[in-house]
Design a protein around this ligand. Structure first.
Ligand SMILES: [Zn+2]
Length: 125
C-alpha cells in the first residue's frame, strides 16, 4: 500500500501527536462522556461543547468498504467505514485485508510514510 501524504491542519495536532505514539485518540464529551469521531466539534447528545481527546481501544468492526484504484501507478486499496468499539464510525484504509467482509474484527494501526503524518489504517484483529 502506498499511503497518501497527510498534513496537519492545526485542529488535528492532538490526533497526530497520539498517532506518532501509535495511539488512536478520538473525542469524548466532558459533560456526558459520549464518544465522538475526531472531526466532531460539539456533542450532539447533550449539546455540550467540551470535547476532549481521549484514547480509544483501537478495536473496530468493518461496516462497508470500496476498492479504490489509484490513477497511474500504485496498488489498489480498500477504503472503509469502520465502527469503533466506543461507537463512532471512522473512514480509513484497510491494510493487509485481502478479503473484507462486513462485521470483520479489526484493530487500528498506523502506517508511517517517509513524508507527512502517520496514516490511520485498520488491520485484521
Ligand atoms: Zn455530551
Amino acid at each position: 500500500m502506498t499511503p497518501p501524504t497527510i498534513r496537519r491542519d492545526g485542529r488535528s495536532d492532538a490526533f497526530f501527536d497520539a498517532a506518532g505514539r501509535g495511539e488512536l485518540v478520538i473525542k469524548r464529551c466532558a459533560d456526558c462522556a459520549a464518544w465522538h469521531a475526531p472531526e466532531a466539534s460539539g456533542c450532539h447528545l447533550c449539546g455540550g461543547a467540551a470535547l476532549e481527546w481521549t484514547r480509544a481501544s483501537g478495536d473496530a468492526v468493518l461496516i462497508t468498504w470500496a476498492k479504490v484504484h489509484p490513477r497511474g501507478e500504485g496498488d489498489a486499496l480498500h477504503i472503509a467505514f469502520v465502527e469503533l468499539a466506543e461507537g463512532p464510525w471512522l473512514h480509513a484504509a484497510l491494510d493487509g485485508v485481502d478479503d473484507p467482509s462486513a462485521g470483520l474484527a479489526l484493530k487500528a494501526a498506523f502506517v508511517r510514510p517517509d513524508d507527512g503524518e502517520p496514516l490511520l489504517v485498520f488491520r485484521t484483529a
